[in-house]
Design a protein around this ligand. Structure first.
Ligand code: ADP
Ligand code: 5GP
Length: 184
């Protein structure tokens, strides 16, 4: 039987990365896709593990050769899901997880209608802001831009198969695991 494609998306700072890292450490047999990006590596990030770090030319070549399942411009840099590995894993019967931005999530569905789209929502807009500020990885200006984008993204949750509110982290992790377990 083919594996399933789960797309975990939602606004920046809502806790997607945290939730995905929790589920990956608690379930065997899930495969997390490593995306390509044109942004520079942050301290501690490893090429091929965190992302495949590509130049603009390399990214253009991947687009031209239909190498992406989806790609999007996110906060001024390009990010894309590499098609080949994802398709290979699904055909081997492995469940695949994508953690991508909301433009990408809706694009995946165009290319892969069977994908199961999960929107991670904050308990409130103030919580989202507090998380972005608390993470401390963006400037004040970048945070403001992400919050403006979040307003549009929150409107789109109706286009997803499911919304999950990331209120208490452990509760939300359990809910995400149960969605994945029950969608087999
Ligand atoms: P994203 O990947 O969606 O941009 P992160 O996983 O980096 O978001 O989380 C953003 C910040 O919010 C991090 O500092 C993280 O520790 C924190 N966070 C994640 N989930 C929760 C939660 N349920 N409650 C409070 N803080 C959270
Ligand atoms: P960061 O630069 O903080 O790692 O990621 C910025 C944003 O890009 C996050 O919202 C993340 O989910 C998104 N992202 C990461 N990989 C991909 C991808 O392959 N495609 C799309 N569309 N978005 C991605």
């Amino acid at each position: 039987m083919a594996g399933r494609l789960f797309v975990i998306s939602g606004p920046s700072g809502v806790g997607k990365g945290t939730l995905v890292s929790n589920i990956m450490s608690r379930r065997d047999g899930l495969w997390l896709s490593v995306s390509a990006t044109t942004r520079a590596p942050r301290k501690g990030e490893v090429d091929g593990k965190s992302y495949f770090f590509l130049t603009d030319e390399e990214f253009d070549q991947k687009i031209a050769s239909n190498g992406f399942l989806e790609w999007a411009n996110v906060h001024g840099k390009r990010y894309g899901t590499l098609r080949e590995k994802v398709v290979e894993k699904i055909s081997e019967g492995v469940d695949v997880i994508l953690e991508i931005d909301p433009q990408g999530a809706l694009n995946v569905r165009e290319n892969y209608p069977d994908a199961y789209l999960i929107f991670i929502a904050p308990p409130s807009f103030d919580d989202l802001k507090a998380r972005l500020v608390g993470r401390g990885t963006e400037t004040e200006e970048q945070i403001e831009r992400r919050l403006q984008t979040a307003k549009v993204e929150l409107e789109q949750q109706k286009c997803y198969n499911r919304t999950l509110i990331n209120d208490d982290l452990e509760r939300a992790t359990q809910e995400l695991l149960s969605i994945i377990d029950s969608c087999k």
